[in-house]
Design a protein around this ligand. Structure first.
Ligand code: ATP
Length: 193
C-alpha cells in the first residue's frame, strides 16, 4: 500500500487541504492519504496556533467518513521540532510493508534544499507536488522522484479563516460542514492569542 503524507499545521483544516488530499487519493497511484498534523513547535511562538488535539479533531471532522483519508497524530509523540526525514524514518520502521510518499505544494518544493537531509528524502520517497501560485518549482521539477500534479487550486488559507473567525465573519463553505458547525459552537480562533 502506498500512502501519501500531507503535512500541515491545519490551523484549521479547510476545503483547500481536503480537495488536494482527495485529489491525490483518487487521481494518482496513492492508495491512501494521511493528513499529518504538525504539533506545536516549542521553538516557535504559540500565538494563534490552536491546541494540537483540537486541530487533530477538526481534521477528523473534516475527513468525515472518507475511507481514503486519515488524520494522523504520529508527530505528537516524536521529538520536537519534528523533521520530515525523521518522521519518515520512524514510519518506515513502524510500517515496513507500506510505502510512504510526500505530498507538498510547489512553494515547499522550491525550498526543499533547506530541509534536513533533503537528499535522503528525495532518494527514498516519491514526492507528489501540486502547484501553488507564484511557486517556482523548476529546480527540482525534473527530479525522478518528483511528480507534478494538476490539482485544483483554491485561494483559501487557514490564516484567512482565522481572520474571518476573529472578526465574526462566516466561514461556511470554506471549511467542511462538520468543521463549520464545530467552530460555530466553540470559541476557537475567536480571539487573538
Ligand atoms: P496558514 O494560512 O496558517 O499558513 P495554510 O492554509 O497554508 O495555513 P497549512 O496547514 O500550513 O495551511 O498547510 C498545509 C499544507 O497545505 C501546506 O503545504 C500548504 O502549502 C497547503 N495548502 C494550504 N492552503 C492550500 C490551498 N488553498 N490549496 C492547496 N494547498 C494548500
Amino acid at each position: 500500500m502506498k500512502i501519501g503524507l500531507f503535512f500541515g499545521s491545519f490551523n484549521p483544516v479547510h476545503v483547500g487541504h481536503l480537495i488536494i488530499a482527495n485529489y491525490m487519493a483518487t487521481q494518482t497511484d496513492l492508495d491512501r492519504v494521511w493528513l499529518v498534523v504538525s504539533p506545536h513547535n516549542p521553538l516557535k511562538p504559540k500565538k494563534t496556533l490552536a491546541r494540537d488535539y483540537d486541530r487533530l479533531h477538526l481534521v477528523r471532522l473534516g475527513i468525515g467518513d472518507n475511507p481514503l483519508l486519515e488524520a494522523s497524530n504520529i508527530e505528537f509523540s516524536l521529538p520536537k521540532p519534528s523533521y520530515t526525514v525523521d518522521t519518515l524514518a520512524f514510519l518506515r520502521e513502524k510500517y515496513p510493508d507500506r510505502e510512504f510518499a510526500l505530498i507538498m505544494g510547489g512553494d515547499n518544493l522550491a525550498t526543499i534544499h533547506l530541509w534536513k537531509n533533503y537528499e535522503t528524502l528525495l532518494t527514498n520517497h516519491d514526492i507528489y507536488v501540486y502547484n501553488r501560485p507564484d511557486a517556482d518549482v523548476s529546480a527540482f521539477a525534473q527530479h525522478p522522484r518528483v511528480r507534478i500534479c494538476r490539482a485544483p487550486m483554491l485561494d483559501i488559507s487557514a490564516t484567512y479563516i482565522r481572520e474571518c473567525l476573529r472578526t465574526g465573519k462566516s466561514v461556511r463553505y470554506l471549511v467542511p460542514d462538520a468543521v463549520f458547525e464545530y467552530l460555530e459552537s466553540s470559541t476557537l480562533y475567536r480571539s487573538e492569542g
